[in-house]
Design a protein around this ligand. Sequence first.
Ligand SMILES: Nc1ncnc2c1ncn2[C@@H]1O[C@H](COP(=O)(O)OP(=O)(O)O)[C@@H](O)[C@H]1O
Ligand SMILES: O=C(CO)[C@H](O)[C@H](O)COP(=O)(O)O
Length: 551
Amino acid sequence: MPGGDQELGSYYVAVDVGTGSVRAALVDQRGILLAFADQPINQWEPQFNHHEQSSEDIWVACCIVTNKVVQGIDLNQIRGLGFDATCSLVVLDKQFHPLPVNHEGDSHRNIIMWLDHRAVNQVHRINETKHSVLQYVGGVMSVEMQAPKLLWLKENLRETCWDKAGHFFDLPDFLSWKATGVTARSLCSLVCKWTYSAEKGWDDSFWKMVGLEDLVADNYSKIGNQVLPPGTCLGNGLTPEAAKDLGLPAGIAVAASLIDAHAGGLGVIGADVRGHGLACEGQPVTSRLAIICGTSSCHMGISKNPIFVPGVWGPYFSAMVPGFWLNEGGQSVTGKLIDHMVQGHAAFPELQAKATARCQSIYAYLNSHLDLIKKTQPVGFLTVDLHVWPDFHGNRSPLADLTLKGMVTGLKLSQDLDDLAILYLATVQAIAFGTRLIIEAMESAGHSISTLFLCGGLGKNPLFVQMHADITGMPVVLSQEVESVLVGAAILGACASGDFASVQEAMARMSKVGKVVFPRREDKRYYDKKYQVFLKLVEHQKEYASIMKGD
Ligand SMILES: Nc1ncnc2c1ncn2[C@@H]1O[C@H](COP(=O)(O)OP(=O)(O)O)[C@@H](O)[C@H]1O
Ligand SMILES: O=C(CO)[C@H](O)[C@H](O)COP(=O)(O)O
């Protein structure tokens, strides 16, 4: 009986390809992780703002982790496989071999990563068209989406890449193709990153207007002309060749995949919240905002009707939860920014040595160091005169301005560990203020959000979580399973296997509330003042730019 306790022996394999590593898990029908493995993946930055990866490397990493998580179990118990991955662009030739996305002609590096900002000129021209598809990406297309990257390849690598290309995949779709041989794309990737409409399909006039008419002429075969809802079972399931690579049984169901943030959304947003004293209890699921915080942060809010939020991606129909519209706010670098600030500080070697001596992560060490130096005041008050604007890689939402830069005000001559810890705190706070700005934009356009569901690597950082609660004034729910993105990928595998009738049913069964972190209301006045400063920072940055532009 699907979903019944007698089937607790049915397992799903979930694979999550993040920016920095590939993770896999063996997950049961209750959404519990029985085994976990991870493997770092290579990134190349051949020039500033060019970020590349290798689809071959990534597949090898997927195989390493899946082989590990199924060790010692009866493979007959595995019912389905689900993939999620970052929304990076994979380029293959007509025989499905990698093609170079770089001037060096290195075909091993055949992925333009999501955070790559090489196509600034191209996205600017796309936005100047004011084409109606732009209404569905928050009004302004991001340089991180696929159309500007395709145009860049056509204009810069015509002979070595563009003319030879047979297939452009979003990374999640590349993985499902590799596992099944099916080139169908997921509705999630095409709607969110490629301007496809769940209701109207491709818009020929857009591709012609931006100079990519060759994709239309080919009936979109290079970018996808068969589109399936996430969780749909693909073809005949896992091919014998992929089964051998992954260490899994041939023929098991493989799901149409999801972008990683969307898998995180599925993994957390549908949990039963009864008994936790949360405002969203008894309220529609649209009162919940999933925030997936890894290298970047993604703010996933759903609605029954389309909501147009300037500067926030979407509305996207059925791209995450079937039947719901999705708005996706985001911050292009969050985990990456924290790492950048901490690792670039003069006291970093001292921090590393002290953390290693205590067998702690550098972040656990910094958090305990802040607790020491705060004395009797709340820890957040240590940044009364140190403020950060976090857009070191442009602003994704809600300002949708890739020219914005990072700012720090309140620097001193000291370079000791206290100084590093307080800069780290101010950076974490700045990211949380960015989330507050995104939530305000979503609410003023019609969303009504009361509760945050946070996951991703930064969910392991209690300071990051508490600051998000304090600064937004909303409770933050953490899932029982820290690796909630993998629960989302497992939900896909479970749906593809036919064990659940719908994504909603699988979400309700497999995502579970763990810890709830409530805001410290007594600190509200302080954070409201710091938020005023935060808003001034960007106002001033724009003034500086305009002064420098003037004669
Ligand atoms: N144990 C930890 N404590 C605090 N922060 C962590 C921890 N582990 C990871 N992080 C943060 O999470 C970020 C990576 O998150 P992750 O979800 O693994 O990223 P991605 O999916 O983009 O590869 C890192 O940049 C780091 O700042
Ligand atoms: O654009 C995105 C989702 O739509 C993500 O930012 C991108 O996929 C990278 O994710 P992560 O920071 O978890 O590696």
